[in-house]
Design a binder for this molecule. Structure first.
Ligand code: PXP
Length: 241
């Protein structure tokens, strides 16, 4: 059964929009935990547009489910991760002007810089995941640098329509098969919502789906606990059939 990891970045987006102390990211995380989330993800961006340094420490301290820190391969942030020691780190590409993460990490093209960072994080006892596009060279690079987990970038599929969507889903399915055959844990995320979760669940071998924006958006109408429960039940329901 695939698990749901909830990304709560946009709880911090609301707070930062006004510079207030509310809404509390810890309170949000604890509600997600109560609703059956298997983990909490936050992205400590270099520009600190939503999650702040203090948030990651408060979450690490207050959570009983694993904290997954999404981050760029940037010296300053790697230093914070090594100090924080979250259960997991997911390495992502980061561009200053983007609205959200665009595309996967070019692991294949950056093996030499990625390798030592993965090693440092692993030596600190952190499970390292690479956020990659569903392409074999990227999965081979994950194996090469010793990352035990990959998170397949589902954003392209989620944005596509018709034949293009089918083709992208086929790529995700093939990549997941390949990753599993080579001993990688397969997570997936980006752009997933209640309208596409059934298709996403056609990807085999999924361990964890990391979902943020759609859950926080839905929470505006039904509350966070209900929004998380809805998505978790959708994942579990599809998983059963
Ligand atoms: N996984 C990764 C690596 C991401 O960068 C993001 C967005 O921060 C997500 C999952 C969650 O994406 P969304 O907010 O679209 O559900």
């Amino acid at each position: 059964m695939a698990k749901l990891g909830v990304n709560i970045d946009h709880v911090a987006t609301l707070r930062q929009a006004r510079g207030t102390v509310y809404p509390s990211v810890l309170e949000a995380a604890l509600i997600c935990e109560r609703a059956g989330a298997a983990g909490i993800t936050v992205h400590l961006r270099e520009d600190r547009r939503h999650i702040q340094d203090a948030d990651v420490y408060v979450l690490k301290q207050g959570l009983s489910i694993p904290l997954n820190l999404e981050m760029a391969v940037a010296e300053e942030i790697v230093g914070i991760a090594l100090d924080l020691r979250p259960a997991e780190v997911c390495l992502v590409p980061e561009k200053r002007q983007e609205l959200t993460t665009e595309g996967g990490l070019d692991a294949a093209g950056t093996v030499h810089t990625l390798g030592p960072v993965v090693e440092q994080l692993r030596d600190a006892g952190i499970i390292v995941s690479l956020f990659v596009d569903p392409e074999e060279p990227q999965l081979d690079a994950a194996l090469q640098v010793g990352a035990p987990v990959i998170e397949l970038h589902t954003g392209t599929f989620c944005d596509a329509q018709g034949a293009a969507a089918e083709a992208e889903l086929a790529r995700l399915i093939r990549a997941s098969e390949y990753a599993q055959e080579h001993g990688l844990q397969v997570n997936a995320g980006h752009g997933i919502h209640m309208g596409n979760i059934t298709d996403i669940m056609r990807i085999p071998h999924l361990d964890t789906l990391n979902i943020g924006h759609s859950i926080i958006a839905r929470a505006v109408f039904v509350g966070l606990e209900a929004a998380v429960t809805e998505m978790r039940e959708a994942i579990e329901g599809v998983g059963k059939s």
